[in-house]
Design a protein around this ligand. Structure first.
Ligand code: ADP
Ligand code: MG
Length: 696
């Protein structure tokens, strides 16, 4: 497959090839991201105007758009230039006026001569008790009645592109669509009652009524499915390519795993055991593992990762665990190193702070295989970091990394298995769109004994009361996080806010009780700040969102978030997940600046009502829309033109299983349906997929 199939050439030609579109209009269309007739096909009308011929305007509930046949009566020119030019007309039952401003009388004398029959269509309204149609949308002789669409589609527009131009251009584009072989599973088409692609495009641009504009109208649903299916085929191709890469079967005797499990004060949850066994199976298979471990904050992903890393070591290989921040990498080191030691496993850390001789020594030990497990920041993927035999790469809090970094990850070890972990409880539809190329394990069960977190909304006006409350909690030996607001885009002003708050709280609680960490601190200070809090030396930790992910201090039971209304719900949920980790009851205080907007309050109330990350994410998605939730461009989730990822999650799931099945049955897309699917990929501009087929 070297180039775009010829059948599609007309659809990818310039817009000027369409009747009624010149270079000027084409430039206007470009603002709508419409540069080819193909793009017009997927720009669908969002509503419609009923222009079916009526006998009279008399029965219409005005104002309304009406189409009637009329006999033209007398013309009345205005007395001065700024007045209205009026033409009296009569339909079958009543009379009304056509009204034109800035009109040239001689023009209308010619177009609408008194006594002639015409069909007019436009908005009729009452003015001073007289029905009038100002500037009709259509005025045609009766013989040309067909020029008026009985149900006129209404398109999304920018300034300059009128509905008429859009109407004409889309008709032109639809006419260019050839009959194409079917790429959708025939059973699916039949069951959903979907038309062919060509028929679907034609019908979607020619709705007969409001029902045809619905998401569930067969033509529109089919086009939505085409988009989703093309995307899922792309992901399935990526997955197939990953899986085809030879992996190595890594098995172990469970010796290290059981030794460490025995040393833990708790037993793994059912969900953890399930995930561990799914991962173990993947690692034992000769295919390369590419698995996502999804689990809400506090669900215990680290233990699952550790078990997988130990399996890699048991099999004679090495493992690496990459965290998004220095703080998290250090925390993993502190949590995991003692465990590793009990099992005789060597675990080391490597971050950007390692320099000179020390770094060199670590790298040498790593290359010799003397370090079994390496934890670190993205520094572990620098070019000169060479493993003796990397068997497994784990990425923690993957949502903090871009999709590209995820894809690059597999490169480090020659045949390394890859496990990525995320606490972002994204809704299923988005997960399918974003991670459709991976296999997924879900930790849907929290470790037992956790107490619910009480969440309250508090106005910033009541700061003093909050401080009093903290003072009482500290007296009882409890600890508290205090997250400062994201006031501006700039980190500098965040910093000022955090430092001011730090001073204020230090004044309230006394020297040595309050700590501060933020992104711009020298690394050593940051470490010291975290350590002082972890060890219980400081009782209050003022922070910017660097503590958002993963930090684990079980004795901390209060989370204060200032200006909570400026945070995303998922982020607040993450922050709240920092407390409620021990057995004591925990509280989360969401401080807002009044007055809060109605939606602002509703959003925060979602957090008060629910502790279920998935419920929160679904609500966030509904309230904010897909793009905002995860930043579409960097998340790798495409913008769909027709499909509504929020409301068509079911279709997305079908598309995924259908795409995977197709590639399973026909890995090279050589069959008839496979060929048709290739054409779909071209049609849908799935360049990535096309590249994958070309090289594969
Ligand atoms: P996350 O999924 O957010 O990364 P962690 O792995 O940090 O969660 O685990 C959160 C806390 O739960 C840690 O203190 C960990 O020791 C504890 N934990 C993990 N698994 C269990 C379990 N099965 N039973 C009890 N506590 C557990
Ligand atoms: Mg974690």
């Amino acid at each position: 497959m070297t180039g775009r199939p010829e059948t599609l050439f007309p659809l990818f030609a310039g817009l000027e090839t369409l009747a009624g579109v010149g270079p000027k209009t084409a430039a206007l269309f470009a603002q709508l991201h419409v540069t080819t007739p193909r793009d017009l096909l997927f720009t669908l009308p969002y509503s419609g105007i009923n222009r079916a011929l009526q006998p009279t305007v008399k029965d219409a509930i005005l104002p309304a758009t009406v189409t009637v046949a009329v006999t033209v009566g007398v013309h009345r020119a205005p007395k001065n230039r700024s007045g209205a030019y009026r033409i009296h007309v009569e339909d079958s039952e009543t009379s009304f006026q056509l009204v034109f401003f800035h009109a040239r009388g001689d023009y209308w004398q010619k177009q609408l001569p008194t006594g002639a029959r015409r069909i007019v269509s436009g908005r009729v309204e009452l003015f001073d008790g007289i029905a009038q149609m100002v500037h009709p949308d259509f005025v045609v002789p009766e013989a040309e009645a067909d020029d008026i669409p009985p149900f006129e589609p209404v398109y999304p527009l920018t300034a300059g592109v009128t509905q008429k131009v859009m109407y004409k251009a889309t008709r032109g584009a639809v006419a260019l669509v050839p009959e194409l072989d079917e790429w959708i599973d025939p059973g699916q088409c039949a069951q959903a009652n979907w038309p062919t692609f060509a028929a679907a495009v034609a019908a979607a641009h020619d709705p007969k009524g409001d029902a045809d504009l619905a998401l569930t109208a067969p033509a529109r649903e089919r086009l939505a499915y085409d988009e989703l299916f093309a995307h899922q085929v792309t992901l399935a191709l990526a997955r197939q390519k990953e899986r085809r890469k030879k992996g190595r079967s890594r098995t172990g005797d469970g010796r290290l795993q059981s030794r460490i499990l025995a040393s833990l004060p708790f037993a793994p949850t059912g969900a953890q055991l399930r995930a561990i066994s799914e991962i173990t199976d993947d690692m034992a298979s000769p295919l390369r593992m590419n698995r996502l471990l999804q689990g809400d904050v506090g669900s215990g992903k680290t233990l699952v990762a550790l078990m997988a890393l130990l399996r890699a070591v048991e099999a004679g290989g090495q493992g690496v665990l990459m965290a998004p921040t220095e703080i998290l990498a250090r925390q993993h080191l502190q949590g995991l190193q003692p465990l590793a030691e009990t099992a005789g496993v060597v675990l080391e850390i490597l971050t950007g702070r390692d320099k000179g001789a020390e770094r060199r020594a670590k790298l040498e030990a790593l290359a010799r295989g003397d370090i079994h497990i390496l934890v670190g920041t993205h520094a572990v993927f620098q070019a000169d970091v060479i493993f003796h035999d990397l068997a497994l790469a784990v990425v923690d809090e993957q949502h903090k990394f871009g999709v590209r970094q995820r894809l690059e990850l597999g490169q480090k070890g020659k045949q390394a298995d890859v496990l990525v972990m995320t606490a972002t409880p994204i809704p299923r539809s988005l997960a399918l769109a974003q991670y459709g190329d991976m296999d997924v394990s879900v930790l849907d069960e929290k470790p037992p004994g956790r107490q619910p977190i009480k969440t309250a909304l508090v106005s910033t006006d009541r700061l003093d009361q909050v401080i009093d409350r903290l003072r009482a909690a500290i007296a009882e030996g409890r600890q508290c996080y205090w997250v400062c607001p994201l006031v501006e885009e700039s980190e500098v002003s965040d910093l000022i806010a955090a430092e001011e708050r730090f001073k204020r709280l230090r004044a309230a609680f006394g020297e040595g009780i309050v700590g501060l960490v933020h992104g711009q601190m020298p690394p050593a200070d940051k470490d010291a700040g975290m350590k002082a809090f972890q060890s219980g030396q400081t009782k209050v930790l003022v922070a910017t969102t660097v503590i958002e992910v993963g930090v684990d201090v079980p004795n901390a039971t209060i989370m204060v978030v200032e200006r909570a209304e400026t945070f995303g719900l998922a982020q607040l949920h993450q922050l709240r997940g920092r407390v409620g980790r021990g057995s004591a009851a925990s509280t989360c205080l969401l401080m807002y600046k009044s007055p809060l907007t109605e939606t602002g309050r509703q959003r925060l109330e979602v957090l008060r009502e629910s502790e279920d990350g998935f419920v929160i994410a679904e609500t966030d998605l509904r309230m904010r829309g897909t793009g905002d939730l995860i930043g579409t461009a960097q998340s790798g989730v495409p913008r769909f033109c027709v499909a509504d990822i929020e409301r068509q999650a079911g279709l997305m799931a079908i598309a995924q299983s259908d795409a995977r099945k197709l590639l399973n049955d026909d890995p090279t897309l050589a069959s008839g349906r496979g060929q048709a699917t290739r054409l779909l990929l071209w049609l849908m501009r799935q360049d990535e997929a096309i590249r994958l087929i070309s090289v594969g």
